[in-house]
Design a protein around this ligand. Structure first.
Ligand SMILES: [Fe+2]
Length: 212
């Protein structure tokens, strides 16, 4: 008997989902260092969805001047995300993954810094659909305003109409969110500086398993 090959359709069925925007923070001295370092890496050739934004190129994570800072960012971000994996059972579950042959891994896809003024605008967008990919936006400075914000768009309202949720941030705050969540900003003050990145973070099989 021959089995006829067929093209399997991949269905994406939207059901109610529960997503969280995670919030943590970077040290303010670290924020100041990155603001100054980013100014030396401005690239005016980049075409993107950021209007009126002065920015670096996409790949700071591979710039030798930035790589010394990656370990600190990895520690902050993976620490925050590992708590979500256990939510709301914070105690013990990470050890349980590790004892069963998994390890937490974080790997950078891209990273950039944007310098905004009061007329800047970020069009609604997401950062891709890959499972286990996350994005962060770090508010290195909120500029002339004491607060800033990021709007997230949700499809979860009963009518399935698009609704928006505003998350307020202060200087040093870091928002971490699944890369597929749509978001935008129209809340820019002069001097606002935001670092952003896409990265993989999740449990992978332990690369050392089997070794003595
Ligand atoms: Fe974004």
């Amino acid at each position: 008997m021959t089995v006829k090959k067929k093209m399997d359709a991949v269905e994406y069925v939207p059901i109610l989902k529960t997503e969280h925007i995670l919030k943590t923070s970077f040290d303010l001295d670290f924020c100041d260092k990155i603001i100054e370092l980013g100014k030396t890496k401005i690239n005016t050739e980049v075409v993107d969805n950021l209007e009126g934004v002065y920015r670096t190129g996409w790949d700071l994570q591979s710039d030798p001047d930035f790589t010394p800072h990656l370990a600190y960012m990895t520690e902050v971000l993976s620490g925050c995300i590992s708590k979500k994996f256990n939510y709301p059972h914070f105690r013990g579950a990470n050890e349980s993954y590790q004892s069963k042959g998994f390890q937490m891994a974080l790997s950078w896809l891209d990273m950039w810094v944007g310098y905004y003024d009061k007329n800047s605008f970020v069009h609604p967008h997401n950062h891709g659909e890959l499972p286990s990919f996350w994005s962060f936006s770090a508010y290195l400075s909120t500029g002339e305003s004491s607060e800033s914000s990021l709007y997230f768009m949700s499809d979860e309202s009963p009518e399935r109409s698009v609704s928006c949720m505003r998350v307020n941030v202060k200087r040093g705050d870091v928002l971490i969110f699944p890369s597929n969540i749509f978001h935008y900003t129209n809340d820019c003050a002069g001097g606002r500086v935001v670092m952003a990145s896409n990265f993989f973070c999740g449990y992978i099989p332990n690369m050392n398993s089997g070794e003595e």
